[in-house]
Design a protein around this ligand. Structure first.
Ligand SMILES: [Zn+2]
Length: 323
């Protein structure tokens, strides 16, 4: 029987991921705190032998604004969202020129730090935090964005090979662009009944409840479903929600929910895919790291008892492709 797999991916995006809906004032501390939490997270991963994928926004590889512009697709191929606030390009005129001046948007030093730790994969979160299911944008614009993400990563000594869609907006019709640009796998959306609810506020309510109580099962899946050489969809199984002060009495339930899913994967030889963003742990960092440590301690237990293994997305994709 297959051994269970703990797959971990992080959406590493700094302010690119929230520029449309937050200001420095209301979310800046999370992003800067997230930067500070990364070295601690890496140490924790090292202690527990965790292999993780860091899906990084392509523009964060740039070391100055000229570089962001020079790797960007030509203007006619930049995302033409109906809602122009969604486009990362709109902030280019306002941000500083480098990581020292503008730590909210540049991240090369952190990328290098992460890559210096064992078994950490530098993956892609598109070039401009591209929303594949938003109205107005096109296949060609998405394709150009993925190309730019690939090019800047290669120019900086990394070669991104797996992808996480911003806001999990995966799209079947765009999968050929992923393959054509040399990516092997992506993280797709959870596929439970809650994600099929058409009314957003109701969906969000159930999703929140499902983080504490088992409403949707383990959301694990089998490696047997994948075929060598195909584009692999490593669906997310669980978003690790940040510490929530108003629901603090239920924090232990939340962790118990994650552990239940992990245990199922370990016992049945299935894949459990856990994900979050560094800025989720940028405030209440200690409490969040304590939760993560508890999850990783439990992984050690499952490793000893059932042989569970930690993998990043690239390792899993290569294992399937070589089988
Ligand atoms: Zn994102």
């Amino acid at each position: 029987m297959n051994k269970g797999t703990l797959l971990i991916s992080l959406d590493f995006e700094l302010f690119w991921g929230v520029q449309d809906c937050h200001t420095y004032e209301d979310y800046g501390d999370n992003v800067i705190g997230g930067r500070k939490a990364i070295p601690q997270l890496l140490e924790l991963f090292k202690e527990h032998g965790i292999h993780a994928s860091w899906a990084t926004v392509g523009m964060m590889f740039a070391e100055n604004k000229d570089e962001i512009v020079s790797f960007s697709p030509s203007e006619d191929l930049r995302p033409s969202f109906d809602n122009s606030a969604l486009s990362g390009y709109r902030v280019l005129n306002h941000i500083g020129d480098n990581e020292q001046e503008e730590p909210y948007f540049y991240g090369k030093s952190l990328i290098d730090l992460i890559a210096g730790y064992p078994h950490q994969e530098i993956a892609s979160h598109t070039y401009s935090h591209y929303y594949a299911r938003e109205a107005g944008q096109t296949y060609d614009e998405f394709d150009a964005d993925l190309k730019a993400a690939k090019n800047i990563s290669v120019a900086k000594g990394y070669d991104v090979k797996t992808l996480v869609f911003p806001r999990n907006q995966s799209k079947k019709e765009y999968e050929s662009a992923i393959t054509n640009n040399g990516y092997l796998a992506f993280r797709g959306e959870e596929e439970d009944w809650i994600h099929k609810i058409p009314i957003n506020i109701v969906k969000r309510m159930f999703r929140l409840a499902d983080s504490y109580l088992n409403l949707t099962g383990s959301a694990t899946y089998s490696i047997e479903n994948f075929k060598s050489g195909e584009l692999h969809n490593f669906r997310g199984s669980r978003f690790l929600r940040p510490y929530n002060h108003s629901l603090r009495f239920f924090e232990s339930l939340k962790i118990k929910r994650v552990k239940g899913q992990m245990k199922k994967a370990a016992k049945k030889g299935r894949i459990f895919h856990l994900w979050w963003h560094p800025h989720n742990i940028g405030i209440n960092t200690e409490k969040n790291l304590k939760n993560i440590k508890e999850i990783l301690d439990y992984y050690d237990e499952l490793k000893n008892k059932y042989g569970m293994e930690s993998k990043n997305m690239l390792e899993l994709a290569e294992e399937i492709n070589n089988s």
